[in-house]
Design a protein around this ligand. Structure first.
Ligand code: ADP
Length: 390
């Protein structure tokens, strides 16, 4: 059942209106008198047929009537479009009904200036009265519910602020922990190096194996701390956005991963003609460097990585694409890979921390951009970033 009808007071209002309507139509004499005007004088007579008074009343009544119809239509459209989001939307419909019936009473005022259809005019007023009384009755019990709603909005706003503060504190905590972990880690790395240098010759193969494991574990921890710091740095600062030369940003990104490109002899092809975008140069280069790094890393062993970087015109935005010939990503991992520490492979197969794409996502969102990818297992992936056109 539609919501206004579920409200008992409103329902009773409609029932009363229907009863009145039925009585008027059924009782002999009532119905047939509706359009009869021969017993009365038209309203114009009261105005002494003065054209200026008639014009004044008629134009005012017409304007009021049309305005009421427009208001009702707007309310109806609003409720139709946003009924899920507007609380007590049935009340808007009730208002709409009440307003439109008011509008018709004004149209009747115009009609009766020349045609004395006072029975019909009175009947329209009865319908308007029923709609008004029903709306007034339905409105009253709504008051405490509206107060409850206002309170709950206040509470959720307070919760939002608390959550935001807790998030900021958590980010600050993650930053300081990552930062503070670096010193003891440096000590572990330094002392392991000293141990190897000074006493390495006295170690048996088993001890050397342990030393190697300590070294690689501490290196991995170092990379994770560096990535965590890079992530929290993005969340802690408000980036300045301005016009950025996309070609320059991609070149900078490539320079950041130059050692990896050389090591795996990757073929990185960058399109020559690239447009300017609105972005933060540091964040953009960092995001692109992470995408490039993944593109040359996740290939089948023995395959030379071929990476193409190009841009597409997307109307109001530019789509920057990083396409590889890698192992591809299965569709079920579409959302997972952007999460912190989410990896699809073991560290022995492909090294990494699982923070790279989380950094890309955060950086892109901070630049008011969008991010996504298309991929085919065994053929490759194409990661894209949408940024506003400069
Ligand atoms: P990391 O590269 O450190 O593993 P990321 O957050 O950058 O972490 O990536 C998360 C996971 O998404 C990767 O472990 C990998 O499984 C997958 N992935 C990311 N980029 C690609 C790519 N270009 N091709 C195939 N898989 C990818």
């Amino acid at each position: 059942m539609i919501r206004p009808l579920q409200n008992s007071l409103f329902r009773w209002g409609l029932i009363i209106a229907s009863v009145v309507l039925t009585i008027i139509l059924v009782i002999p004499g009532f119905g047939k008198d509706l359009l009869r005007g021969d017993q009365f004088m038209p309203h114009a007579t009261c105005y002494l047929r003065n054209p200026r008074v008639i014009f004044l009343h008629v134009s005012a009544d017409l304007l009021i009537g049309f305005a009421y119809v427009c208001i009702s239509a707007t309310l109806g459209y609003l409720v139709y479009k946003a009924r899920r989001d507007i609380p007590f939307h049935w009340m808007f419909l009730a208002f709409g009904l009440f307003i439109i019936t008011c509008g018709f009473t004004h149209f009747m005022e115009v009609w009766t200036v020349w045609q004395p259809v006072y029975w019909l005019s009175g009947f329209v007023k009865v319908i308007c009265a029923a709609a008004s009384v029903a709306t007034a009755l339905a409105l009253f019990p709504l008051v405490p519910k509206v107060f409850d709603l206002i309170n709950s909005v206040k509470v959720s706003e307070e919760r939002r602020v608390k959550l935001e503060n807790a998030n900021t504190e958590l980010e600050a905590f993650a930053y300081s922990v990552s930062h503070d972990l670096r010193a003891p880690l440096r000590a572990v790395q330094g002392l392991t190096g000293a141990l190897r240098e000074d006493y390495g010759k006295q170690f048996d193969p088993q001890a050397i194996n342990y030393m190697d494991q300590i070294t690689s574990a501490s290196q991995r921890m170092d990379t994770m701390i560096r990535d965590l710091l890079a992530y929290s740095k993005i969340t802690r600062t408000i980036p300045e956005l301005h016009t950025v030369d996309l070609h320059r940003a991609i070149q900078d990104a490539r320079t950041m991963i130059e050692a990896d490109v050389a090591q795996c002899k990757a073929d990185v092809q960058i399109e020559n003609e690239l447009p300017n975008v609105i972005a933060n140069p540091l964040l953009l280069s960092q995001a692109l460097a992470n995408l490039l790094s993944n593109a040359i890393k996740f290939v089948t062993p023995g395959v030379t990585p071929v990476v193409k970087v190009f841009a597409k015109d997307g109307g109001r935005h530019v789509r920057v694409c990083v396409q590889d010939n890698g192992i591809g990503i299965a569709a079920e991992y579409r959302d997972k890979i952007f999460g912190m520490f989410e990896r699809l492979h073991s560290v022995t197969d492909y090294p990494g921390t699982g923070i790279g794409l989380a950094i890309v996502q955060k950086a892109v969102f901070r630049m008011d951009g969008a991010l996504g990818f298309e991929s085919t297992i065994g053929k490759g992936s194409c990661f894209w970033i949408d940024l506003p056109k400069a």
